[in-house]
Design a protein around this ligand. Structure first.
Ligand SMILES: Nc1ncnc2c1ncn2[C@@H]1O[C@H](COP(=O)(O)OP(=O)(O)O)[C@@H](O)[C@H]1O
Ligand SMILES: [Mg+2]
Length: 222
């Protein structure tokens, strides 16, 4: 394995991957597990990198995620998103507006059969009015929040599915994450996300969410 070159900076280290910053890009580099057989390890890393890349690319086309590029068999390169990580900042921001965008984003993913799989505020970055930097249109000046974005990252547990059950579990995950990490604003935030979950299958998915919740604490199968 290559050592990071000097211009790379380690910005996050998870169980599955290292995140390196290189200029205006990040490189998500999946790491080997010494307890796995080397051949199996290589195969798993390749499969998971490819899968995350494919889902990121779809999400990028929907305007929700950074544009990914594959680098070798174990790395995804994408633009570094300059913004506020919601796990750290949600309470200090306009969380009502942000939760509207989150609800819209999740609906868009689900309507395109994408399940994020790890919907927490650690995997969301708020980018405030990116269009402001370029020439603002009349519309954008009238409503300065029009181009605010919540960029979703980390599709490492993502998959494609049309099942209401999988969509409902995705919603349940963000609901639980809000309750755990943003307790003081949780109820308000969830209400807004639910109201703005404008999926074409909204009714079915929300009905399924009730079923998921009535089963008690849902245990995420790893
Ligand atoms: N494109 C990006 N732009 C800015 N920060 C990023 C980007 N990708 C990842 N990060 C940062 O690195 C952290 C870990 O990346 P993530 O893809 O969530 O990996 P993990 O699977 O380890 O959670 C994120 O929480 C975020 O802070
Ligand atoms: Mg993450």
């Amino acid at each position: 394995m290559k050592e990071p070159t000097p211009k790379q900076e380690l910005i996050a280290q998870g169980a599955e991957a290292k995140i390196l910053k290189e200029g205006n890009f990040v490189i998500k580099n999946r790491i080997s597990k010494s307890y796995r057989h080397p051949e199996i390890d290589k195969k798993l890393i390749k499969q998971r990198t490819k899968r995350e890349f494919n889902i990121l690319e779809k999400a990028y086309k929907l305007g929700i995620s950074p544009k990914p590029a594959l680098e070798g068999l174990d790395k995804i390169k994408m633009p570094f998103i300059e913004g506020k990580k919601l796990s750290q900042e949600l309470e200090n921001l306009d969380y009502i507006e942000i939760c509207k965008i989150i609800g819209n984003n999740i609906a868009k993913l689900h309507d395109n059969n994408i399940i994020h799989g790890d919907l927490t505020t650690s995997n969301m970055i708020f980018v405030s009015n990116p269009a402001k930097k370029s020439a603002p249109t009349k519309k954008a000046t009238k409503n300065s929040t029009i181009n605010n974005k919540v960029v979703f990252i980390d599709f490492g547990l993502g998959f494609t599915s049309e099942r209401f059950e999988d969509r409902a579990v995705d919603l349940h995950l963000i609901k639980q994450a809000l309750e755990a990490k943003h307790h003081t604003i949780y109820k308000e935030c969830w209400k807004i996300i639910e109201e703005n979950y404008n999926s074409k299958d909204r009714a079915n998915t929300l009905a399924q969410l009730k079923k998921v919740e009535s089963r008690g604490r849902y245990k995420k199968g790893e």
